[in-house]
Write a protein that binds this ligand. Structure first.
Ligand code: BGC
Length: 523
């Protein structure tokens, strides 16, 4: 079969890379037909490595009705009419706010020592007046305090996200974007900074690891170029750039606010706060490698996706017309208001995207689009038809080396309803990670997306990313452990990805190629 043939070619390529790397000792073993067994890596994960999972408030909590995403659902923009955590529905979300203690017990049982979650601004501050007067909703405040205490009592280090795609409607109202435009409005920078200030003051004693914004470029692309997130704009390039630059500024101001107000060192390492964004880093490959425009589009999109925010927040550089220099109108070079606002790099990695040139001069710099429909590529596919490309994790880590900052893998995971792919995906990605670290890349933690099945934005509940499956049809949302959870536990305990694991895991089942959830572009 063509895909099996590709898998063998890939195996050969991986073997070459593996032997050249600093970590591999043993010769690669081919255990037969279709099974590739890579060399062992001599250097284990460090004893203080952070192992965890990640979630976002809207995807796991109920009752976030005062938000732009709730409006979006009401407009029927989510597949099958799925809704995040609507308490009146049988298929609502995992209701983490009532299950968090048991869920954290599960995480702890896996050996996790960290957990990344979002504090929902809409839950804490239902109005701007509440925020400016620093008067949070008491129930919401009690909930996040309890969540932090539950982390602490289990030895779980919290990593807190402040913005993960969702706004309260007083900031972003899908029916009134002219006055409440979210990141398109400059006033949002002030609101976000106020939220960061309050969060750092309130939770600084318990939190050292902060993520200001999750996947800013995914937000920009899905909201203003692809139309899948609120406000649903399509190819509004100018607006998308405004949103991106406001987010860059918003991050810098929030970074300053956190450092000014979180002065308490929660973990005793001498650093009260480490702040970053969680960026979506993807490998972009040209649809037709022989086509110069596809190649150019892929290159540009990879820069947009992987480096624009990091370039701005580390070096203070913005290349507004993407011509490679910083001397054009709107460009910024070493802007002191933006630079040195990154203490680590938060990297979310899911795979590769095949990019096609779209030849629309008006859409510059978006001259290409990632194609996530069924395409004949050499790679196995997830339920989303995303290409599974573990070696890309190494590629994006290499791409990040120049920033000379420690890295946390703030997300990595797979949509896999039948739990047929997650184990292999986890093993292959953690193997790449361990090898990269053995070769000297400074990675401090890994957060698997996700702990439990949850609401996957426009794709609703079709894709299942959880290490624990959730039965959404039952009122008490029972969880059941998947095979990958046990494997994660074993790797954490052994601090290494044993080559034996490759021997025991079945190959990716090809049938999922046809039975995918509706395609959702993450970019
Ligand atoms: C997002 C998550 C999302 C995950 C899987 C990331 O892009 O941060 O919210 O659920 O990918 O699609």
């Amino acid at each position: 079969m063509q895909k099996n043939l590709f898998r063998l070619v890939l195996a050969g390529a991986l073997a070459l890379v593996g032997c050249g790397g600093g970590g591999g000792d043993d010769p690669a073993v081919d255990a037969g037909a279709d099974v590739y067994v890579p060399p062992a890596i001599s250097k284990p994960f460090p004893a203080d490595f952070l192992w965890g999972t990640a979630t976002a408030a809207y995807q796991v909590e109920t009752g976030l009705d005062g938000t732009d995403w709730h409006q979006w659902e009401q407009k029927g923009k989510v597949i099958d009419g799925d809704k995040s955590g609507a308490p009146d529905r049988a298929d609502d979300g995992p209701a983490m706010e009532t299950h968090y203690a048991a869920d954290l017990d599960r995480a702890r049982a896996l050996g996790n020592n960290t957990y990344r979650f979002e504090m929902a601004m809409a839950r804490l501050f239902p109005t701007r007046a509440a925020l400016t007067s620093a008067t949070p909703d008491p129930t919401a405040l009690a909930y996040y305090r309890a969540l932090l205490a539950a982390c602490k009592s289990r030895g779980i280090v919290p990593m807190v996200t402040l913005h993960h795609f969702v706004w309260p409607t007083w900031i972003h109202d899908v029916d009134d974007v002219a006055t409440k435009g979210g990141w398109a409005s400059e006033s949002t920078i002030t609101d976000f900074t106020n939220f960061a200030t309050w969060s750092a003051k309130t939770f600084g004693a318990d939190v050292d690891l902060w993520v200001t914004i999750n996947e800013p470029m995914v937000y920009v692309i899905n909201g203003y170029l692809g139309g899948q997130f609120p406000p649903g704009n399509f190819l509004q390039v100018e607006k998308a750039l405004t949103v991106a630059y406001n987010m860059i500024e918003g991050h810098a101001r929030a970074y300053d606010a956190i450092h000014a107000n979180d002065t308490m060192d929660a973990d005793g390492d001498g650093k009260p706060a480490l702040v970053s964004i969680a960026n979506h880093n993807r490998v972009m490959q040209p649809k037709n490698p022989a086509d110069a425009m596809d190649r150019r589009a892929a290159e540009l999109l990879q820069k947009l996706s992987n480096r624009v925010f990091f370039d701005a927040a580390t070096g203070g550089n913005i290349d507004k017309n993407f011509d490679g220099d910083y001397d054009d109108p709107g460009d910024k070079k070493a802007d002191p208001r933006l630079m040195n606002r990154m203490d680590y790099l938060g990297v979310n990695y899911y795979g590769l995207a095949v990019v096609q040139y779209i030849g629309n001069e008006n859409s510059f710099p978006v001259i290409g689009i990632p194609r996530f429909e069924l395409l004949e590529t050499p790679w196995d596919k997830t339920e989303f038809n995303w290409d599974i490309y573990p070696q890309g994790l190494r590629e994006v880590l290499d791409e990040m080396k120049g920033y000379q900052l420690p890295i946390y893998i703030t997300e990595n995971g797979i949509a896999d309803r039948d739990e047929e792919q997650r184990s292999r995906f986890l093993v292959e990605h953690l193997y790449e990670l361990q090898r990269a670290m053995a070769d000297g890349i400074d990675v401090r933690g890994y957060y698997h997306w996700s702990l439990v099945d949850n609401f996957e934005w426009s794709a609703g509940y079709c894709p299942r990313f959880g290490l624990y499956a959730v039965d959404f049809s039952k009122p008490d949302k029972p969880r059941s452990e998947g095979a990958a959870a046990r494997l994660y536990q074993r790797i954490i305990a052994e601090r290494t990805v044993s080559p034996d694991l490759f021997r025991t895991l079945p190959p990716y089942p090809l049938q999922l190629y046809e039975e995918s959830c509706p395609v959702l572009s993450p970019l």
